[in-house]
Design a protein around this ligand. Sequence first.
Ligand SMILES: [Zn+2]
Length: 245
Amino acid sequence: MTIIAYVSIFYFGSIFGSFFTVLGTRIPIKENFTTKRSHCVACQHTLQTKDLFPIFSYVCHRGKCAYCTTKIDALYFTSEIISGFLACLLYYFYATDVLQLVALASVFSLLLVISIADYLYLLIPDRFQLLLLFGVVFRQAVLPVADWSAAFISFFVIFSLLFFTCLALPDGIGGGDVKLLSILSFTFGLEPTLFIILLASFSAGSYFLHTHMTKGSSLQRRVPFGPFLAAAAVVVHFAQVLLIH
Ligand SMILES: [Zn+2]
């Protein structure tokens, strides 16, 4: 029964992941995500219901468009898988605390949408940041013991630290990343946010070196830092949860 429940939760999460991909791919380029039907970006063919099953459709068509056989970006498949896993993890740790579950699901969902936007367009739209801000305030409000003064202090410290780093090193961290980390620090706290920065810097640096050495990339494209920050935030959060358990 437990396995069936988790498989169902995983697939339920992957359906949301599919929707988050639509948000992350369309909103930054101001494409309508409510009326315009899903289509292949290569041949523009409108996708049928059978092409829209998360994970299955991608696997059945071997990662290619069913109409023109153009390779589909693994981003769609990856975000569906990640979303499914996150849904299972949240259910495992927060099934008895629905408000925390909803708040964290909102924060992690927005982090996924932000990662997709940053990965594709190297930008994090302010409207996503604003929604994330609502998400972290909501999460802070439903914490069993919420320390609001610590939340404001960590927000202020992280923002100041990164803002001046951004001024001193304009080619370093981007403005979107400064906002993202400041918002996250509000609910994650000062020390965990510093861990997030360390972990994200290390993983982004490793990815950068790996890409450079294996593909001989000319490195003309900036490495999006948002997905690394988002992934590090999720890892640090669950590491903290496990430590407390
Ligand atoms: Zn196509």
